[in-house]
Design a protein. Structure first.
Length: 635
């Protein structure tokens, strides 16, 4: 029997040029199979704290083990096998090294992949790496890939095969590792030129999936056609609107909970409602992550002033372990908290910021504004400063990093570029690596959050909408205009006193941010705001805008509300929106779209913007009234 079987195998091997092996008549016993309990235990979610790793295991994908496994299962036996992947770890020692890792495009993990994982926190720092904020970064890379030029260790040469194939099952058995047997095995990959031709499939959702019975459960999202296919929602709580909303276009990543399972992770992106599904069947126990990264924006979060890795890498949060067999309708929810030094807050604010970017694009379109945000906005959420501020230096988009670094000291850079006067609680003079950080990862927008009393949903959106208004403006006027304003703010420690050359440009930029950003916040929240007062109508974002007329600095050269005053009609405004008595506002009828249409790179003062908008005055508004209003603001 075996001779006939061997002949057939050899024939097929010749026909297929040796690409496939034929299966031997060999019985394989299950190594271990989970009890596969229904549902999941909420107590199994990861808590605060670092990643904790356990015992090290023998890697089942070692070349010699896979060769032995293949020979156990298939005829004809192979005498040699070359690796197709390498298990390596890198130890960056400078920001330049980190940039090399980023540029490589590899998927990195800060913990070893061949150890038990007791719990996964935000970070893991190898205890053998002493006196450095950096730690080992682990990856599995193709054997033909260029290895980044920094310190690394080759941990193992691998013959990687699908984790759901019979070869993997036998290899796990030979190495004494637990293995979750899939419902259906994948075929063994072909052997080409002495190594397996195999690339892990990371995209977890596809058009070939048949829809399930419809929406339902806690998420009210589409349900896949099989209970073993993970699905659900990612939601964030808006504490001012008292409701949950889907987190838009963030990655959801799943993998088996077994040795080297992370290498075979699958990912998908949430939709406009925060719904997601993975078109792959799992058994046993799986890991689930969320990563705040998409083509519109990448969100980075820092847990301290010198968190270099948080500064550099998009936020990726391990949500927890989930048990099957039913992986449908998994709710991932980020509730509001103002405990700003916790991972719960970082998850919540990253989700809130992410959604604000998408909402802002819709708001711009609703105003008839002809313009768009740059793609791939790099947004940094950090603990710098002594209050809650933002900035929009647009550094990643400009490519003028070296020029900006040369503009001043770390103190001047923080004040002028990031709008941070104090690096709390560390003196700003001690921030030696700032210039190096800018080279590695140059943020477009920052949110500097230190005051837990003002991190409500509307607070976060007001800051971010303001900075997104700048990003919209930058995308129209270009690099040279923006770099000139950065130079002005660096040399004058922020907005300056309005008397130096370049102050007019700064006035135009900031006035637009206060106008459009505050208006967007008001349209979303109305009376559901966190501005205080017994009567919620009194301190709406737009009411505050009406009562204020200039930025509080030594000269008041940034007109806080002039651009709103040329739009609104005081005779029909709500009674709570009382005009500042110092402002002579009898102007109305100009639109946001018209204002933005004139904000070109040739507009370098409020007076120039005023002149450019004069043709848009509607009937019933005189040029004298227009002059009187502007004179109230000092131009």
């Amino acid at each position: 029997m075996k001779n006939v079987f061997l002949f057939i195998c050899l024939l097929f091997s010749i026909l297929l040029l040796g690409f496939f092996g034929c299966k031997k008549e060999l019985s394989i016993s299950p190594i271990s199979e989970s009890n596969d309990p229904i549902g999941w235990d909420a107590s199994d979610r990861d808590e605060e704290g670092p990643t904790v790793i356990g015992a090290k295991h023998v890697i089942p994908y070692k070349v010699d083990i896979i060769k032995q496994t293949y020979n156990n299962l298939y005829e004809p036996d192979i005498t040699s096998l070359s690796p197709n992947y390498l298990y390596v770890r890198f130890l960056p020692q400078s920001t330049e090294d980190v940039k090399k890792l980023l540029d490589s495009g590899f998927e990195f993990w800060d913990f070893p992949l061949d150890n038990d994982i007791i719990s996964i926190g935000e970070k893991y720092h190898d205890p053998t790496v002493i006196g450095s904020d950096y730690t080992w970064q682990y990856a599995v890379i193709p054997v033909s890939a260029a290895i980044p030029a920094l310190q690394y260790e080759l941990l193992e040469a691998l013959a990687l095969v699908p984790e759901d194939c019979a070869i993997a099952q036998e290899a796990f058995s030979l190495t004494g590792n637990d293995y979750d047997i899939p419902e259906q095995f994948e075929p063994a990959p072909p052997i080409v030129n002495g190594k397996f031709e195999f690339v892990p499939e990371h995209e977890g959702s596809g058009g070939s999936e048949n829809p399930g019975p419809g929406a339902g459960g806690d998420c009210n999202c589409p349900i896949p056609d099989n209970v073993r296919k993970p699905s659900g929602c990612v939601q964030v709580f808006d504490n001012m609107l008292n409701g949950w909303e889907g987190v838009i276009n963030v990655d959801v990543i799943t993998s088996k909970s077994q040795i080297f399972g992370f290498i075979f992770h699958r990912k998908t992106e949430t939709d406009q409602n925060g719904c997601w599904k993975i078109n792959h069947k799992y058994k046993g126990k799986i890991h689930v992550w969320v990563r705040w990264e998409n083509s519109t924006c990448d969100i980075k979060t820092m847990d301290g002033n010198f968190d270099l890795l948080g500064y550099t890498f998009s936020r990726r949060e391990h949500i927890g372990f989930f048990w099957g067999p039913n992986f449908n309708n998994i709710p991932i929810r980020f509730n509001f908290t103002n405990a700003i030094n916790t991972k719960g807050f970082r998850n919540w604010v990253a989700s809130t910021a992410n959604n604000a970017v998408f909402e802002f694009g819709g708001f711009v379109a609703s105003q008839g504004i002809v313009g768009s945000l740059p793609g791939d906005l790099q947004i940094l959420i950090d603990p710098w400063g002594d209050g809650n501020e933002g900035s929009a230096p647009m550094l990643d988009k400009m490519g003028f990093i070296q020029q900006i670094i040369l503009m001043g000291t770390p103190m001047a850079l923080f004040a002028g570029v990031f709008n941070v006067i104090i690096l709390n609680p560390v003196p700003i003079q001690s921030l030696i690596p700032l210039a190096e950080w800018l080279v590695v990862f140059a943020p477009d927008i920052t949110l500097n959050l230190n005051n837990p009393g003002q991190v409500n949903s509307d607070d976060i959106r007001d800051i971010l909408y303001h900075e997104l208004s700048h990003a919209l403006h930058f995308n129209k006027v270009g690099d040279t205009y923006w770099l000139a304003n950065i130079a002005y703010t660096v040399f004058h420690g922020g907005y300056g006193n309005g008397t130096a050359p370049g102050a007019g440009r700064c006035s135009v930029i900031e006035s637009w941010g206060f106008n459009l950003g505050t208006h967007a916040t008001h349209l979303r929240y109305g009376t559901n705001h966190s501005n205080g007062g017994f009567n919620p109508n009194t301190n709406t974002w737009r009411a505050l805008q009406e009562r204020a007329y200039a930025w509080v600095d030594s000269t008041g050269h940034i007109p806080f509300a002039w651009e709103w005053d040329i739009q609104d009609n005081n005779t029909t405004n709500p009674s709570n929106e009382l005009e500042n008595p110092l402002v002579a506002d009898r102007v109305f009828g100009i639109t946001q779209a018209q204002i933005f249409s004139q904000m070109t790179s040739s507009i370098n003062s409020m007076a120039e913007l005023k002149t450019a908008l004069l043709p848009f005055l509607p009937g019933g508004v005189s040029s004298t009234q227009y002059d009187d209003l502007s004179a109230s603001y000092g131009f």
